[in-house]
Design a protein around this ligand. Structure first.
Ligand code: GLA
Length: 389
């Protein structure tokens, strides 16, 4: 990979002398969906799929961004003197947003840089290609410019800040945190209320994590996401008129049931219910995993899907087809939608001896029902972003 990236770098920028090599993963969330902006728990892991980057400082104030995946956009040029989101920058608004977010924190770069990337995370599939790119850029900037006082958690927060304020998606912290803090063969149990986290080994001796890409992405993903977030904010505001809480994640399901009548809007009620119960499911799922009860873990994944489908309403027909097909296969421990929703991917835990059947039978049935192929990735859990050379 490095050679391919450095050859391109040399072709575009004269040579690759002194360029440095970086990697930043994608992520998959096992359980704890749409809880991260509700002060709840999440349980994601970083993937070995991700975004590779080659980068080098320049002598002037220009920044050049080139994606080998999106070569039709050519070299995107921006200037340190104009850190604004521009439509024509397209994907490069993500790395540029991170440069902007550094500047917002008073970290002004003393020169521009050139950056070439190539990634193997399918774009827009809910596996955090954008968070991967944001954290990659954060790692590149700290390394190239010798910024030593930012931790990996800071880089996650900067990535989220840039996505919220430069690129217009009001996302929570889960994706950037996972990409920055990922650890090989471990998932991260993160309490987004306190930002306390612990690593939990994922030792699936006789099973694999299989991601299925529906290859659909319904429009309005960002606006529907922001709507869900607003509905939760409104439900919390209603509950706060009677309860002393700071987030929906502060409530146990019992406390929620005892107080839910305060929320008069039926849509807000459903959203809040999901946030509260999903938080509890995530806590229970990690406890089940620690106790070696993978069957329970799978059942909680399935319940998570039902709640995301019926109460949070972020699934769609194609994803429900994939999950229903998965549930019908013996050897599937659990299966659910993963990520923001409205298309994208499902995550399933599948017994080793059922993986081939899973891929063949779901692949065939999905094609028949939906009209196009799904894609399957049997994934490994990898480390967070870093410089590689
Ligand atoms: C997207 C967001 C995350 C999180 C998930 C849903 O991936 O970026 O912050 O809210 O959706 O769990």
């Amino acid at each position: 990979m490095k050679q391919k990236l450095f050859d391109k770098f040399a072709e575009l920028f004269g040579n690759s002398d002194g360029a440095r090599f970086y990697f930043s993963p994608g992520r998959v969330n096992l359980i704890g969906e749409h809880t991260d902006y509700n002060g709840g728990h999440v349980f994601p892991c970083a993937l070995t799929m991700g975004t590779y980057g080659a980068a080098r400082k320049r002598d002037d104030r220009k920044m050049h961004f080139y994606s080998m995946n999106l070569d039709r956009f050519g070299v995107v040029e921006a200037s340190l003197d104009d850190l604004t989101n521009k439509k024509e920058y397209n994907w490069a608004n993500y790395p540029l947003g991170v440069v902007w977010a550094f500047a917002e924190r008073g970290l002004h770069l003393d020169s521009g840089f050139d950056m070439v990337i190539w990634g193997n995370i399918p774009n827009g599939a809910g596996l955090s290609s954008s968070a991967s790119l944001e954290v990659l850029t954060g790692v590149i900037l700290t390394d190239l410019f010798g910024i030593t006082d930012l931790s990996m958690v800071d880089l996650a927060l900067i990535g989220q800040y840039s996505e919220n304020n430069f690129n217009g998606c009001n996302c929570g912290i889960m994706d950037q945190f996972t990409v920055a803090m990922g650890k090989k063969n471990n998932a991260i149990f993160l309490d987004t209320n306190t930002m306390k986290y612990e690593y939990a080994p994922i030792e699936l001796d006789d099973a694999k994590i299989v991601i299925t890409n529906s290859k659909v992405k319904h429009s309005l993903v960002d606006s529907a996401y922001n709507d869900r977030r607003q509905e939760c904010t409104d439900a919390l505001a209603a509950l706060k008129t009677k309860l002393d809480i700071s987030a929906l994640g502060d409530l146990t399901p019992d406390e929620f049931e005892a107080n839910k009548d305060i929320i008069t809007d039926p849509v807000q009620l459903k959203r809040a219910k999901h946030a509260v119960y999903e938080n509890q499911r995530t806590i229970d799922a990690v406890a089940a995993l620690k106790a070696g009860d993978i069957t329970k873990f799978g059942q909680l994944m399935n319940q998570s899907h039902i709640s995301l489908r019926d109460d949070y309403e972020v699934s769609c027909e194609e994803i429900d087809i994939l999950v229903d097909l998965a549930w019908a296969i013996p050897g599937v421990i659990g299966s659910r939608i993963t990520g923001g929703g409205f298309g994208g991917c499902t995550v399933s835990i599948v017994k080793n001896d059922a993986v081939d059947t899973f891929i063949e039978s779901i692949g065939k049935a999905y094609k028949e029902k939906v009209g196009h192929e799904a894609e399957f990735y049997t994934v490994d859990i990898g480390d967070g972003a870093s410089r590689l050379d």
